[in-house]
Design a protein around this ligand. Structure first.
Ligand code: GTP
Ligand code: SPV
Ligand code: MN
Length: 614
């Protein structure tokens, strides 16, 4: 029997509410040992994980891990938001009553950490001293050492973050129990996993995974689901799956900050880490603030929207990361960065890692190489030879400070003022490279109708989007009508309003399917146009769906785009848009209580398209 009180006391964990929380769950999960974690424990935990074979060395100061083969991504079906108020049920949040979910999770977790260590991970999801700090403190209890190592990279970790809380009872209570991954029936009708946020009790209970957002509770469970609920209930802020970047113009001395939502795996990390294209690099510099989460509030001093990145690290998609697409990421995961790679291919002789798109072809000499499942490449059966070496959702985990273009003020408590909010999805046609939206309701409407192409036939109708409001579909924690109203209230309260825009880096040629726009670093060109529009230096062309750049306004220096491609990239296909408006109407009609301002915006855009058609 462990003496919890002694362990906590010796670790300097003095918050009695945290002590009660740990005591309760230690008894319920049956953990054998308890360990309180500070970021300074990282080197020791790395050694232990290497000794235990949970991590393998991947060159100087870098590490490799494989997750269980059926545990490689978030599971939206198994993710639930629970509260005591049925009015919180939305279309996308999988709402269940708290009174039903709590006992269910307790039953799953009872005795499930027997023989294991329960790590107590106190953390803060905000720069210290942030005006939103009251919503940022949390404690994750986990029975998995690699989860702790990821948490140390992704959040600010240490007992100092919970000992002196203004309200000592006010921290998010997270419990992560891995479970026996081989017997959980992942993806079958008998799936045992549950990932539950009991939002009105600020409690997160995740059972049955040790991967990414399923297991690192500070990141999306707290940073997005819990925080967006808290932001709404308090009326204080928005918590969104947004990247956050800065642009400095060395010629004018101007600095701009842009945040925005792109559905998962649609380019947030790449955009926020981008270097200016060579031809523009003398004048413009892009600064990285965050790649996955932003919290937005109105500052009472100047009435502007300010954003912070509550995270401390990057959990980035490995696929296609290379020197040409994302040189800053390549640096951020280089030697001695402490990076952990998950589910990429691994060479057991050299410690090298590889993923699709790291180089055009996989290593020619396959000696020592194993794919993400652990299978030797040289021994893959004939029918498995074409399978990717790395899992498509394989990732790297590194800290913000390792990103070479990290903004000097990335951890500024107040955050940075926002000039523009952008949305973008993967759409092969219709959506132009960029269109600016000046009206707030139309901007919020645009976010609510954000979508990406249905990629698998089973997932949707050809040509129809899988809508993903504000890129929050997997993370919404309350009803969409209230969500839209809260957005209008927060942005509406700003006296100096951000510009909205919709971007699309993914238009394709109808015949050969190639991308019409080279993307990556060249995406800066679209954002520079947006800032010029904001400054009144360009006017663009008004269309029914917003303002698009003229060819001349877009700085294409050093770039080679075919003129006919440019026409497509900047054009508006009114007939195709009118089709889309019908899908949008159905999409929005699912949501109860949508503010009338959103419907009015929809009708305005529809009427403008009708007028353009005739
Ligand atoms: P999550 O971490 O899942 O939220 O994803 P994300 O939105 O941060 O996406 P990320 O930047 O990791 O990009 C996902 C994939 O899209 C990667 O394989 C990128 O290489 C690719 N990608 C990103 N930007 C572009 C672009 O401008 N053009 C093209 N063609 N592909 C891109
Ligand atoms: C995403 O899926 O959008 C991610 C990765 O950022 S995870 O943390 O697994 O949610
Ligand atoms: Mn994400």
């Amino acid at each position: 029997m462990i003496d919890v009180d002694v362990v906590l006391h010796e670790a300097g964990l003095e918050n009695s509410h945290v002590q009660d929380f740990v005591r309760h769950w230690a008894a319920l999960t049956g953990a054998e040992r308890i360990e309180v974690i500070n970021a300074s424990d990282d080197p020791r935990l790395l050694r232990e994980a290497l000794d235990a074979g949970e991590l393998l060395p991947a060159g100087e100061g870098r590490y490799y891990s494989r997750s269980y083969v059926k545990d490689t991504a978030r599971s939206e079906e198994r993710t639930v938001v629970a509260t005591s108020d049925p009015a919180d049920a939305g279309v996308y949040n999988n709402w269940r009553p708290a009174a039903e979910m709590r006992p269910l999770l307790e039953e799953r977790m009872r005795g499930a950490s027997a023989g294991k260590t329960m790590y107590v991970v106190p953390y803060l999801m905000a720069p210290p001293g942030s005006p939103l700090e009251a919503y940022a403190a949390g404690v994750e209890l986990t029975d998995c050492r690699t989860v702790v190592l990821h948490m140390i990279r992704m959040a600010r970790v240490g007992v100092e973050h919970i000992n002196d809380l203004a309200d000592p009872a006010s921290f998010v209570r997270g419990v992560h129990v891995t479970g026996d991954l081989e017997t959980l029936g992942q993806g079958t009708p008998d799936d045992q996993r549950y990932f539950v946020t009991v939002a009105d009790e600020r409690t997160i209970l995740h059972y049955g995974s040790s991967y990414g957002g399923n297991a690192l509770l500070g990141k999306i469970a707290h940073g997005l689901r819990q925080a967006s609920y808290d932001g709404w209930r308090s009326g204080q802020f928005l918590a969104e799956q947004f990247m956050l970047l800065g642009i400095t113009d060395r010629e004018t001395g101007g600095t701009y900050h842009i945040c925005g939502g792109f559905p998962s795996a649609s380019g947030k990390t790449n955009l926020a880490m981008m270097l200016a294209p060579d031809a523009l690099g003398d004048r413009y510099h892009v600064e990285f603030y965050g790649d996955d989460i932003a919290w937005l509030r109105v500052d009472p001093e100047d009435g502007r929207i300010y954003a912070i990145n509550p995270e401390f690290g990057v959990f980035g998609v490995a696929k296609d990361t290379n020197e040409a697409t994302n040189p800053t990421a390549v640096d951020a995961i280089g030697p001695d960065t402490g990076t952990i790679f998950t589910n990429v291919a691994y060479n057991e002789n050299t410690g090298d890692v590889w993923w699709e798109g790291k180089t055009p072809e996989p290593p020619a000499d396959t000696t020592g190489w194993r794919d993400w499942t652990g299978q030797l490449i040289s021994e893959r059966p004939a029918d498995g030879k074409d399978a990717p070496w790395a899992h498509p959702n394989s990732r790297f985990t590194t800290t913000l400070a390792k990103v070479p273009n990290i903004a000097p003020d990335f951890d500024k408590a107040q955050g940075v003022p926002i000039d523009a909010i952008i949305f973008g999805g993967r759409t092969r046609d219709r959506e132009p490279l960029i269109r600016a939206v000046t009206d707030v309701a139309e901007g919020v409407y645009d976010g609510l109708t954000l979508g990406a192409e249905a990629t698998f036939a089973a997932e949707g109708v050809e040509g129809q989007l899988r809508y993903d409001p504000m890129s929050m579909r997997p993370f919404l924690s309350y009803a969409e009508g209230a969500y839209a109203a809260h957005w209008l209230a927060i942005i509406g309260a700003a006296t100096s309003k951000p510009l909205f825009a919709h971007v699309n880096w993914f238009q394709r040629d109808a015949e050969d399917g190639r991308f019409l726009w080279p993307g990556y670093r060249d995406n800066l060109r679209a954002l520079l146009w947006l800032m010029k529009l904001k400054n009144g230096e360009v006017t663009g062309i008004r269309t029914p769906v917003g303002i698009v750049p003229t060819r001349e306004e877009l700085d294409l220096a050093g770039m080679d785009v075919r003129p006919e491609d440019l026409d497509r990239l900047l054009g508006i296909d009114v007939a195709r848009w009118r089709q889309e408006m019908e899908h949008r109407e159905e999409h929005l009609a699912q949501f109860g209580g949508l503010p009338e301002a959103i419907w009015e915006a929809h009708r305005r855009v529809a009427a403008a398209l009708d007028a353009a058609q005739s």
